[in-house]
Ligand binder design. Sequence first.
Ligand code: GDP
Ligand code: MN
Length: 330
Amino acid sequence: TNALSREKAYGGGATGENQYAPEGTKPVKAALVALVRNQELYGMRKTIRELEDRWNHKYNYPYILLNDKPFSEKFKQGIQDLTKAKVEFGVLEPGTWGYPEWVDQIKAKEERDNANYIKGHSESYRFMCRFQSGFVYKHPLLKDLDYYWRIEPDVHYFCDIDYDPFLFMKTNGFKYGWNIAPTEYEPTVRTLWNTTENFMRENPELIPQHNMLDWVRRSDGTYTKCHFWSNFEIVDLSFYRSKEYEAYFEYLDRSGGFFYERWGDAPIHSIAVSMFLKKSQVHYFDDIGYYHPAMAHCPAGSKERGKCICDPNEGGADNFMCAKRFRQIS
Ligand code: GDP
Ligand code: MN
């Protein structure tokens, strides 16, 4: 079978955690995690092929793929064929996809019908954003994980990655790692900042003195709309599992903004990072060359030499206002 020939080719079974990790690396309980649909098989295969070639063939971290519907046999085989690492496929838990009972679905539909912003008409996109905001890290397949690296179909990894970013996070005590930081479209987050201000006012004991709110809040108190683009993020999951993060998600979810607007998980993760963490706990992976449709980050100085295949002139994510702002704040 395919499974057997794979085992032969790589001299071992594909079970157990990180059994191929090179000697000397400390084990980190971590995985590459994607929410993905059956019809995105080819896009997911491209992403995983690149990640394997650029990095994971040396580390063999497992993949965890989640779906609101059961994965087809074709999808599972198509992914498993690409890697000797363990791949797990899961269906979402009831209640983690769809509407919470307090949301007025007629009001939600009115917003969708009238929306003239990207993905504004989509109901499933809102389920996706709510799931990525408050539920992905609670899925049973992620129960034993300490870190996750979020991946998506149809992204590119431009550069060889010659170290273990999970171990790097752990060793340095980083809670959140990011790569591209654009600004959010105003119409999708019309009341997100107000709602956040109310949350902070009502829960002052949850907001540490030493935070990085200056990244999302200007000196006049307004919202910068800076966010870490969460289609790439490497996270110490104890952050999402903290009582502070949970309280914030609950508060936002109760307000219905996932449905009465179109709040993305990226601005929510990012505001939470800014409220609850110190800058020294947040890492800019500016050495990881990355592309997600519409935006790229190409590490500086990688045009003429090095192990990248991108043109830094095209993907100057470093030049974005929010990356600059991150460098400037303390
Ligand atoms: P964008 O990056 O904001 O344009 O949103 P995407 O369409 O890329 O969706 C983000 C992630 O969620 C991707 O990994 C998608 O494959 C996944 N996703 C989006 N909608 C659905 C859905 O309805 N079902 C499932 N299973 N995955 C979804
Ligand atoms: Mn995407």
